[in-house]
Design a protein around this ligand. Structure first.
Ligand code: SF4
Length: 699
């Protein structure tokens, strides 16, 4: 690779920053943000800048397949044939004895699109079960349902260039300053140049994002729907809505108006614990805006009320006509680098390729015909939390976990540990031995990591990029796609004879032909030579589609967007005298997910190196806790210890734990998910990480 330059995309968050890799004078690799990249224009955040450290340090890498012959045998190194023969033998025997629904795959929004496509084809098309779900269920599934219900399909309408065209940002349940830093930098620069730009932040915490806010609505956790409907009521009462747009392009406004008018603003202000004048000020800012971007992330999605929160927020865009216009629209901030690509291939238990619906017989037939199989299973598959509950109670016998660490990242993590202990067979396919889930594996398959394989990803604005292979993986590690292909062949399945990864990509693209996400105009050569593209890209001379719905023709059957009511609130976990505080969880600036990669970089630990509990001074005083004290956070599901950070940045009655830490020295030092609940939204099945009842005591 001497003197060569490679282009790739950051493998952390959904912003999708372009990265250029060059060989330095001494033959070592150098990394920088790609200067002319439309996403980051050369910028990178601390995580992206330090990616090469995680590549160069292979001390934790899984390099060879490892296997144990029974639960009582130790793990031993084996060759790939032995490993995959055993995987195939166990899967075949479980499927014969208990049926195809006895096995499942749990994958990741960090998988490349080709890998996502293959595992779905393998599971739904050939094994014959819909038991394939992903950690994107924990991230974006409420947003997906919100888009489908309002716009007709899972389609983020905006482009990042809308940031520079907006004059009002409504950032709800998100802390982009820490979690999507390059987008936040773009907002910052835009506001510097255009000081009249307004920023409203909705969050129970004073986060770094609030440093830019003109108005911070510090709501009670879980009350977002009430807040957005109260703002909707203000807008309607003042006539600050786009009646022409509503009449011509939407349905459902009358029912919406009736619902939002049924609660007084005073009542809404009390429920949300937000001053009435601030609700009115937010409505004034929206009424005056020419470009109104709503941005949101896990604060809305990770909730037993996640879909309603999305519908209520999308309602503000629709009643004001701020969709499909420059600088306007709903913009869900994707957590993972390829959650969007996963959705495109139908990478969840409830989806099929190219936004087809698993429940639709016609859609199942289209995909089955394309794959050359008789039919696809019609029984809904297990979603993320259901999969581990089913492992725990024995309905699911075997699980194959790819590129994710559920022992730390799923809610009610102790149940996940129990489930993995009880499973008949656990396969863990990962890059790192430090993934906590590895210790439960009967078979460990070493995967290639970032820079070690080729494939595509789609970022939060529908932008597809090609990631280059730059170096070989260590030891005998293989690209995830190659592992899946070899396993499919061991199972005796036809249709997995790919000569290269582009053939997988082109097969996936073929399934998008004629759909709203048509990418048949794209191949690896175009991506290599012309750069990144926003779908749809339906022909070879098409340059991609920055903004959807400019013509106000939505993807619903009648082409009209649907404004939704929300109905009664879904139950979150109630507080009581024993557990009187609301626990909410989230990310910190310099760590990623369960720290198997960012935890290796000492520079990234300088920001925050220990788990902490944010607690308001009044709650701390009641429990005689001082800043820096070790504390125990507890509820019926478990305990966590952390160091108290006593601060007025969090609302009284609410405490915050970062989500990243797992078990340290065999103690549950900071594993926030010991405490979170696997209660999920009834429609999206996304768990409510942001609301658990806890108590806090001095350690
Ligand atoms: Fe990577 Fe996201 Fe940082 Fe960009 S903002 S460098 S994609 S982690």
């Amino acid at each position: 690779m001497r003197n060569k330059e490679y282009h790739t995309t950051c493998s952390y968050c959904g912003v999708g920053c372009g990265i250029t890799i060059r060989e330095g004078k001494n033959g070592d690799l150098q990394l920088e943000g790609t200067k002319d990249h439309p996403v980051n224009q050369g910028m990178l955040c601390s995580k992206g800048m330090n990616l090469l450290y995680t590549v160069n340090d292979t001390s934790d890498r899984l390099k060879y397949p490892e296997m144990r012959w029974s639960k009582h045998h130790p793990m031993e190194r084996v060759d790939w044939d032995t490993a995959l023969n055993r995987a195939a033998m166990v899967f075949k025997s479980l499927i014969t004895k208990y049926g195809p629904d006895s096995v499942g795959f749990y994958v990741s929004g960090q998988c490349l699109t080709e890998e996502y496509y293959l595992v779905n084809k393998l599971t739904k098309g050939f094994i014959g079960t819909n038991n394939i779900d992903t950690n994107s269920r924990l991230c974006m599934s409420s947003a997906v349902v919100g888009y489908v219900k309002t716009l007709g399909e899972d389609s983020v309408p905006i482009s990042y260039e809308d940031i520079e065209l907006a004059d009002l940002f409504f950032i709800a349940g998100a802390n982009p300053a820490w979690c999507h830093p390059i987008l936040f930098r773009r907002i910052e620069k835009h506001k510097e140049k255009n000081p009249d730009t307004n920023i409203i932040v909705v969050d129970p915490r004073v986060t770094q994002t609030c440093s830019l806010a003109d108005l911070h609505l510090q709501i009670n956790p879980g009350t977002d729907t009430v807040l957005y409907q109260a703002i909707g009521r203000c807008l309607i009462e003042r006539g600050d809505i786009d009646l022409d747009f509503i009449k011509k392009h939407t349905d459902g406004f009358d029912a919406y108006r009736q619902e939002v008018m049924s609660r007084s603003l005073t009542e809404a202000a009390a429920i949300c614990d937000v001053p009435l004048k601030d609700i009115e000020l937010a409505a004034t800012m929206i009424g005056n805006a020419k470009g109104f971007l709503t941005m949101w992330a896990m604060g809305l999605n990770q909730s037993s009320e996640g879909v309603n929160k999305n519908l209520a927020l999308l309602g503000l865009n629709l009643i004001t006509g701020h969709v499909g216009k420059p600088g306007s629209g709903p913009f869900s901030l994707t957590g993972q680098p390829n959650a969007m690509g996963g959705r495109e291939v139908g990478g969840m238990a409830s989806l099929l390729a190219a936004h087809r619906l698993q429940q639709s017989e016609a859609h199942r037939k289209e995909v089955a015909d394309y794959w050359g199989v008789d039919h696809l299973p019609d029984k809904p598959g297990l979603t993320a939390t259901q999969m581990f509950e089913s492992l725990a109670d024995g309905r699911l016998k075997a699980i194959w976990i790819i590129c994710t660490n559920p022992s730390v990242s799923l809610p009610d993590a102790r149940l996940v540990d129990e489930a993995l202990k009880k499973a008949k067979f656990v396969i863990v396919q990962d890059i790192s031995r430090n993934a906590d889930t590895v210790k439960y594996a009967d078979l460990v398959l070493p995967a290639a990591g970032w820079l070690e394989k080729q494939g595509t990803m789609t970022n939060s604005e529908r932008r597809i990029s090609l990631l280059s292979k730059v170096i070989d993986p260590p030891g005998e590690a293989l690209p995830d796609a190659e592992i899946l292909i070899r396993f499919a062949r061991k199972m005796g399945f036809k249709g997995f004879d790919y000569k290269n990864f582009e053939e997988i990509y082109l097969e996936h693209a073929g399934l998008t032909k004629g759909t709203n996400i048509d990418i048949t105009g794209l191949d690896y050569k175009r991506l290599e030579q012309e750069g990144t593209f926003q779908w749809p890209v339906p022909s070879k001379d098409h340059r991609g589609t920055p903004r959807l719905f400019s013509d106000h023709q939505f993807f619903t059957k009648n082409k009209r967007a649907q404004i939704h009511t929300c109905g009664p609130q879904n139950e979150a976990e109630p507080l009581n005298d024993d557990y009187p505080l609301i626990l909410t969880t989230g990310r910190i600036r310099d760590q990623w997910h369960t720290m198997t990669r960012t935890g290796k970089v000492s520079k990234l630990k300088k920001h925050i190196d220990k788990p902490f509990l944010e607690i308001h001074p009044s709650d701390a005083a009641q429990a005689q806790i001082k800043d820096g004290d070790p504390v125990i956070i507890e509820n019926t599901r478990g305990q966590v210890s952390a160091l108290a950070k006593v601060t007025e940045d969090i609302k009284s009655g609410v405490v915050f734990l970062p989500m990243h830490w797992g078990k340290i020295l065999n103690r549950d030092f900071g594993r926030a998910n010991n405490l979170t609940s696997s209660n999920f939204d009834p429609v999206s099945k996304q768990p409510g990480f942001k609301y658990a009842a806890v108590k806090v005591q001095k350690y």
